[in-house]
Design a protein around this ligand. Sequence first.
Ligand code: NDP
Length: 239
Amino acid sequence: MRTVIVTGGGTGIGREVAAQFAADGCAVVITGRRADVLRQAAAELGGAVRAIPLDGTDADQVAGLAREVGAVDVLVNNAGGNTNFDGAEPSSLAEVAEAWRRNLDSNLLTAVLMTTALLPAMPAGSSVITIGSIAADKGAGSYGAAKAAVASWNIDLARQAGVRGITANVVSPGYIADTEFFRDNLTDERRASLVEATMTKRAGRPADIAETVRFLASPGARQLTGQTVAVNGGEWASR
Ligand code: NDP
């Protein structure tokens, strides 16, 4: 039975990723800071899903999880989000520094710490999948910069892990509805413009991302590594 860790697995994209791996018969561990949200999600997702509450920016807490779970076959670094949505506009240089550090901690450091802690216990054939963002390509201040850093870090990770038969990829979503990402701040106009910007003329769904993650962790994707896979309905095309 494969062991899968999904950070930020109590809500949104991470919760759907956890649900799909659980349905495949995997043992799934979900993490998140809000213990109540996490435990409720684990209870709803069934016996194969275990909640381990932690803050992924805290090295000691991440090291504790690594000791508790042992060998891991799939790590999904999904925790993150745009921390600027939760704070007021910075009004001093010190506040600008604090705001940038929050986004880098939330999106980059969470992935770096969890991967560094778990990689030694990942056998050949394992996968690390980190959730990036279309914001890395389009630009979105400290959030976009943090997600761009994630994609750059992933290239070096793939190089290190590849010689051990482990793949490392980024899945980069466009607009995904039905998550807590935008809090309650997304206006109908903004939502409509995000949908209009796609070629498919629909919002992305957590399942669109979860299916891609599942494929990247599958036996059919063992030569696919060091990549950023965009799932954005064509909002940002590549060649
Ligand atoms: P959600 O806000 O629903 O999910 C984010 C999850 O991450 C939450 O469960 C949150 O739980 C957890 N989390 C955040 N910070 C930490 C931390 N320090 N330690 C542990 N857990 C943490 O939004 P989404 O599902 O949309 O977001 C999932 C990922 O997808 C994020 O990385 C986001 O940046 C990315 N993304 C989302 C897009 C969208 O349109 N929805 C578009 C592009 C990328 P808790 O608060 O309890 O810790």
